[in-house]
Design a protein around this ligand. Structure first.
Ligand code: SAM
Length: 204
């Protein structure tokens, strides 16, 4: 197991997944607003992939949209996936390290909340995301750990994690280099020294 997956597996055993669900809810609501306003994708049948799905709460949320014909959540922590499967029999859940996984379908939306800075070989995951999106498909992530968000820069020591720390400009250029077009970002919920969630998205 890698150190990040190990830490989150322990968090699942301590029921800390529920705290993440609460803590990330506002940013995910903002992302769902982007689905509504920026994309015609959700008004016709679409397939959805959540990378680093935790206990699967976003998979369950997207399945409330009747146009969502298939939703898959992937997470490396077995205890997270166990919880997801116990809570939901409609969405699919896969317990695998995303860096070792060859994605399996063509998706219309690939989503990820608070996971992409854990990847050692980010470029390779971004390429896989691009290759597994349908034309005009949407790739969207929310992240709280990035260079400009100073309180997040000590999380590696605080929580026993291995982090890939990039600036906002680095993230935008990685998306562009991977082939995504119309790359945009917003900062959500900035307060005092907390710079807010970086919500970043692009289209194939
Ligand atoms: C901060 S949590 C976020 C979980 C969920 N997206 C949420 O918002 O509640 C990050 C998740 O990514 C998973 N993760 C980290 N690195 C991973 C990897 N290489 N492969 C698969 N899952 C990974 C962890 O197990 C953890 O559940």
């Amino acid at each position: 197991m890698n150190i990040n997956i190990d830490t989150f597996n322990n968090w699942a055993l301590l029921d800390k997944d529920k705290g993440m669900e609460r803590g990330h809810a506002s940013s995910v609501s903002k992302i769902f607003e982007i689905f509504e306003s920026e994309s015609s994708i959700i008004n016709i049948p679409f397939k959805f992939l959540d990378l680093g799905c935790g206990n699967g709460w976003v998979v369950r949320k997207i399945l409330e949209n009747r146009n969502c014909t298939y939703a898959l959540g992937v997470d490396g922590a077995p205890e997270m996936i166990k919880k997801a499967r116990n809570l939901d029999s409609i969405g699919e859940y896969l317990n695998i390290n995303i860096e070792d996984w060859t994605f399996n379908k063509d998706y219309d939306i690939i989503f990820s909340m608070e996971t992409f800075y854990y990847f050692k070989d980010l470029e390779s995951v971004l390429k896989k995301v691009y290759n597994n999106l349908n034309d005009n498909g949407l790739f969207i992530i929310g992240i709280d750990h990035y260079l400009e968000n100073k309180p997040s820069l000590t999380w590696d020591k605080e929580f026993n994690l291995s982090l890939n720390t990039l600036s906002i400009n680095d993230w935008v250029s990685k998306f562009k280099i991977s082939g995504f077009k119309n790359v945009q970002y917003i900062i959500h919920d900035k307060k005092e020294d907390w710079n807010g969630t970086l919500i970043l998205y692009g289209y194939k």
